[in-house]
Design a protein around this ligand. Structure first.
Ligand code: ATP
Length: 477
C-alpha cells in the first residue's frame, strides 16, 4: 500500500500554539514524563499508553500532538482522517508496522497519531460497536495499547470531534489513559491567535486586537486564521489600513457562510432595520450593549443583530467596564438574565410593532429562541412549578401539555409587552439609530452605536423633536 507520507520529525513546539495556557500546562506534564520517564517510572507513576485529544474541529488538536513529538524529539507518524475513508484498518496497521520498524532500526521513540479516530472506531446510538469494521479496528487498537508501553517507545495519540462515539473499551484506564479537552478558544486565546496571524501586518495597524477578540466568539483557531486571510484578501489591495468595523463584513460572511448583499429597496432595508434596532434597544436596556446591527442580506437571513462575546471576570478590560451586565453563555445564565434575553429576542417584533405597526413573517428564529428559553426555565423549575411530577414514563400527559402551552403563551405575552414598552420609551432615539445605520450602508457596530447614543444624549432636545415627527419610511428620502 502506498501512503502519502511515512513519517516526519515534528518541528512544532508548545510555543507555536497560541493561547490555551491551561491546556499547555497539562500537555507539558506529559512531555516532562516522556522526556524523563525512567525517573517517573521509578517513582511509580504510570506511563500513559494512549492519549486522546477531544474537541471541536480546528481547535489545534493536531498541533498539540505534533508539539509533544517536537518537544520530545519523537518521530511522528500520522494516520490522516482522509485515509480513514477507505480501508481504514489496513492503513492503520501499515502505519504501526512502519513505526515499529523505525523504532527497531533506530531505537528512537515515535508517536502514532490517529486523526479523527471516530472514523476508525465508532459506536451506534446505543453505545455498541457499530459494525464489523469498527469491531476489528477496536480489537486491533486494544491489542496495540496493551503491548505498546512507552518502554517499547511508541505512544498512541488520537483526536476526535465526537468523543461520545468512541467505544468505552478504549477509554478505560490502561488504554487511552489520558484525555485532554481542547475546546473553542476563550477570549485570551483568541487574542493570542489573532496577534499571531496578524503578525504586525500594516493593514491591521489601527486594530485593537482585544476588541476584535470579543467579536470572534465561537471561532476556532483555524477559523481565526481563515478570518485574517479573508480580510487580507478583501482589503489589502484597496486600503492601507482597516478599521474594526471592516471586520464585520468578513465575520458575518464566515458565520452565515455566504456573502452579504445590500437590499436594492430602501423601504425593505428600513423595515428590516426597524426590527433589528428593536433588538438593539432592548439589549441596551438590560445589558448596556447594542450588538452589531445590519440590514445586509446573507442568504435567507434578511438582517442581523450580533452580540460581542463578553468575558465576565475580566475586570481590567476597558470595554467591559462599560458593560455591567452581559449576555452570558447558557450554562451560567441566571433566571433573571434568561428572562431579559427573552425580552431581547422579542425586541425585533416589538420594533416592527412600534415603527411599522405590523409583524413580518421573519420572526421564526426569534420565537424559537423565546420558546427554547421558556422550556429551559420550566425544565429546571425556574417558574416555581414542579413540571417533572406531571410527566410519567410515557412522556408528558395531555393535562401537562395544556398547562405548559397556556403557561408559554402567558409568558410570551408578558415579555413581548415588556419589550414593546422599552422600544416605545426610546422611539425617537431608535428612529435616529435607524437613520444613522441606513446612511452607513445599513450596518453599524456596537461601538459605533454607543457613540451615536452619546451624540443623541448631547443633542437630545432637537433630535427628539426632529424624529418624533417622522415615520420610519420617511427616512428613505
Ligand atoms: P480537526 O479536528 O479538524 O482535525 P484540529 O483540532 O486537529 O482540527 P489543527 O489541524 O491542529 O486542528 O488546526 C488547524 C490549523 O488551525 C492549524 O494548522 C493552525 O494553523 C491553526 N490553529 C488552530 N489553533 C491554533 C492555535 N491555538 N494557535 C495557532 N494556530 C492555530
Amino acid at each position: 500500500m502506498k501512503r502519502k507520507q511515512q513519517s516526519q520529525a515534528s518541528t512544532t513546539l508548545l510555543k507555536d500554539i497560541c493561547g490555551y495556557e491551561e491546556e499547555k500546562i497539562e500537555v507539558q506534564k506529559i512531555i516532562s514524563l516522556l522526556n524523563d520517564y525512567e525517573k517517573y517510572d521509578q517513582q511509580g507513576v504510570n506511563i500513559p499508553r494512549g492519549l486522546i485529544f477531544q474537541g471541536p474541529p480546528g481547535t489545534g488538536k493536531t498541533l498539540f500532538a505534533k508539539a509533544i513529538a517536537g518537544e520530545c524529539h519523537y518521530n511522528f507518524y500520522t494516520v490522516f482522517s482522509s485515509e480513514l475513508d477507505e480501508n481504514p484498518l489496513a492503513t492503520v496497521k501499515q502505519v504501526f508496522k512502519d513505526a515499529e520498524a523505525y523504532v527497531q532500526e533506530t531505537n528512537k521513540p515515535s508517536i502514532v497519531y490517529i486523526d479523527e479516530i471516530d472514523k476508525l472506531v465508532y459506536t451506534n446510538n446505543y453505545g455498541d460497536l457499530a459494525d464489523t469494521d469498527s469491531r476489528e479496528a477496536t480489537r486491533f487498537l486494544l491489542q496495540k495499547l496493551d503491548e505498546t508501553k512507552l518502554k517499547n517507545k511508541i505512544l498512541i495519540v488520537a483526536s476526535t470531534n465526537e468523543y461520545r462515539k468512541i467505544p468505552e473499551a478504549l477509554l478505560r484506564s490502561g488504554r487511552f489513559d489520558k484525555k485532554i479537552l481542547i475546546d473553542l478558544p476563550d477570549v485570551e486565546s483568541r487574542e493570542a491567535i489573532l496577534n499571531y496571524y496578524i503578525n504586525n501586518h500594516p493593514l491591521f495597524k489601527n486594530i485593537d486586537v482585544s476588541k476584535l477578540a470579543l467579536k470572534t466568539g465561537g471561532m476556532s483557531g483555524a477559523d481565526i486564521k481563515t478570518l485574517i486571510n479573508n480580510t487580507l484578501l478583501e482589503y489589502v489591495t484597496i486600503k492601507e489600513h482597516i478599521e474594526l468595523d471592516d471586520f464585520i463584513k468578513i465575520i458575518n460572511e464566515m458565520n452565515f457562510e455566504t456573502i452579504g448583499k445590500q437590499w436594492k429597496s430602501a423601504k425593505t432595508a428600513l423595515e428590516i432595520l426597524a426590527h433589528e434596532v428593536g433588538h438593539a434597544l432592548v439589549s441596551y436596556e438590560f445589558f448596556k450593549t447594542f450588538g452589531t446591527v445590519s440590514a445586509i442580506k446573507y442568504g435567507y437571513l434578511a438582517g442581523s443583530t450580533t452580540f460581542d462575546d463578553v468575558e465576565e471576570d475580566d475586570d481590567d478590560h476597558e470595554f467591559l467596564e462599560e458593560i455591567p451586565e452581559s449576555r452570558k453563555p447558557d450554562a451560567n445564565e441566571t433566571l433573571e438574565k434568561c428572562l431579559n434575553n427573552i425580552c431581547v429576542a422579542f425586541g425585533g417584533m416589538a420594533g416592527e410593532r412600534v415603527y411599522l405597526n405590523e409583524h413580518s413573517f421573519g420572526n421564526g428564529g426569534d420565537l424559537s429562541e423565546v420558546c427554547g428559553r421558556i422550556s429551559k426555565i420550566s425544565d429546571v423549575g425556574g417558574f416555581g412549578f414542579y413540571w417533572s411530577r406531571e410527566i410519567d414514563d410515557y412522556g408528558a400527559s395531555e393535562r401537562w401539555r395544556n398547562k405548559y402551552h397556556k403557561h408559554t403563551v402567558r409568558l410570551c405575552n408578558k415579555y413581548y409587552r415588556k419589550s414593546i414598552r422599552i422600544v416605545k420609551k426610546n422611539k425617537a432615539f431608535g428612529l435616529y439609530l435607524i437613520d444613522e445605520i441606513h446612511q452607513n450602508n445599513d450596518v453599524l457596530s456596537a461601538e459605533a452605536l454607543k457613540e451615536k447614543r452619546q451624540y443623541f444624549l448631547q443633542h437630545k432636545k432637537e433630535l427628539t423633536k426632529k424624529y418624533k415627527k417622522l415615520h420610519v419610511l420617511d427616512l428613505k428620502n
